[in-house]
Design a protein around this ligand. Structure first.
Ligand code: AMP
Ligand code: GLY
Length: 415
């Protein structure tokens, strides 16, 4: 099959590697891609958030499947426009992608579906913000209620910081703090049938020991040796199926990748957020372990045939990815620095670009990630850090504790 991939981050490089490893894929095109994606795909130059332009390109490429990576094209309606041309698209409609695009919409769906999540208030003025902060107490969780690519959330003990974030955003969701380790569970769905991938853990804060501001994600590992047995079944039963049923009931079925961000609290798993797409950098580790051909799986979801798809097969062992970020990330990343040592298998490109002379330059906050598999988590972790040590980028930083607590058996479940 011929596949068109939309997006140009680390997630898309991982998706591209998975897609070309599928023997049924005869050609891969990507928009806009990045130099890593460009190693395995033909890069094309259209605006990824322009539904008409992407749909026209899909026709021109003779695509049998369009895979949409990031949220912005989904919210813009790219999957709808592709499907309107009769081409299968992996990714939800704009209407269903509101599950990620609006925190208030997601809360409304969860309430209607009886899905366990943090109690929350939608607030638009200082008075209601004050009342909500009083009600929940510290630590305060204040979320920008517009699409913020995982960066619009402030979790703080400092009341003034919480109030300032609320003021800067205008419309916010303020919610109860959920205590417990976090899990990212990806679910491939055609709207009806739902297939969970391996659970992963992301590291959202910029600094070691979960210090500093939230980021898009500084590293990840899978699977989770500490996860309670039956966790995935419980999440599918209590969270995923009720959510999909509620979206069907509303006439906006969700087909694509449902990303369930969870906290494993003393009272059980609670939804922190839904995303309408693969997570970044968790995709890098989950797909590194997936043995089942990726294009076939995504095509089955895009065509409503997931019920007939064979069970997924996974590699033994574990995978770890460590993000190398630009100086100043997340506040004000510096770009345009030369990157050396990145042309190695296992280095996944995120914010990179090629200079006219062929040199590889940084072009975003999260520049690349070292992704490795190993016979166990400790081996995978060592191999991922080995990759990171081989990369030279002036001013760059990375966390040194990705997967460390899990390797050492230091993750405990509350209650
Ligand atoms: P979000 O964009 O909603 O995933 O939030 C980003 C990060 O903020 C999450 O991965 C959590 O680490 C943290 N966070 C968000 N909501 C909560 C909550 N209710 N309780 C505790 N931490 C949260
Ligand atoms: N890694 C978190 C996200 O993709 O939103």
């Amino acid at each position: 099959m011929r596949v068109l991939l939309i997006g140009g981050g680390g997630r898309e490089h991982a998706l591209a590697l998975g897609l070309v490893a599928d023997p049924s894929v005869e050609a891969l095109f990507a928009v806009p891609g990045n130099p890593g994606v460009g190693e395995v795909a033909v890069l094309r130059d259209v605006v990824p958030t322009d539904p008409a332009a992407v749909a026209a390109l899909a026709v021109e490429c003779g695509a049998d499947l369009v895979v949409v990576g990031p949220e912005a094209p989904l919210v813009a309606g790219v999957a709808d426009a592709v499907r309107a041309k009769g081409i299968p698209a992996f990714g939800p409609s704009a209407a269903a992608a509101r599950l990620e695009g609006s925190k208030a919409f997601a809360k409304d769906v969860m309430t209607a579906a009886g899905v366990p999540t943090a109690r929350a208030y939608s607030c638009a003025d200082a008075e209601s913000v004050g009342r909500a902060l009083d009600d929940f107490g510290a630590p305060y969780v204040v979320k920008n209620d517009c699409l913020a690519a995982g960066k619009g959330v402030v979790v703080t003990e400092d009341r003034r910081v919480a109030e300032e974030h609320a003021r800067a955003c205008g419309q916010v969701v303020i919610e109860e703090y959920l205590a417990g380790p976090e899990v990212s569970l990806f679910v491939v769905t055609d709207g009806e049938t739902a297939v969970p991938l391996l659970p992963a853990q992301d590291f959202k804060r910029v600094g070691d020991d979960d210090t500093g501001p939230n980021t898009g994600g500084m590293g990840a590992y899978a699977p989770l040796p500490w996860a309670p047995p039956g966790l995935v079944d419980e999440v599918m039963r209590d969270i995923v199926h009720p959510t999909l049923a509620e979206l069907r009931r509303r006439g906006t079925p969700f087909a694509g990748l449902l990303y369930v961000g969870l906290a494993i609290t003393a009272a059980g798993p609670r939804v922190i957020e839904f995303n309408a797409r693969f997570g970044d950098p968790e995709t890098q580790v989950v797909l590194a372990l997936l043995e089942t051909p990726l294009a076939g799986l995504l095509h089955a979801a895009a065509t409503g045939e997931l019920a007939a798809h064979p069970p997924l097969r996974w590699r033994e062992g574990a995978a770890v990815t460590v993000v190398v970020a630009a100086e100043g990330y997340p506040a004000k990343p510096r770009t345009g620095d030369v990157i050396l040592g990145a042309e190695v298998s296992g280095v996944i490109h995120a914010g990179t670009r090629r200079a006219a002379d062929g040199a590889l330059l940084s072009a975003g906050g999260r520049v690349l990630c070292g992704t490795a598999i190993g016979s166990d988590l400790a081996a995978a972790r060592d191999a991922a850090y080995e990759l990171v040590r081989g990369v030279e980028l002036a001013g760059s930083h990375h966390r040194t504790d990705i997967a460390a607590a899990a390797v050492d058996g230091r993750i405990t479940l509350p209650g």
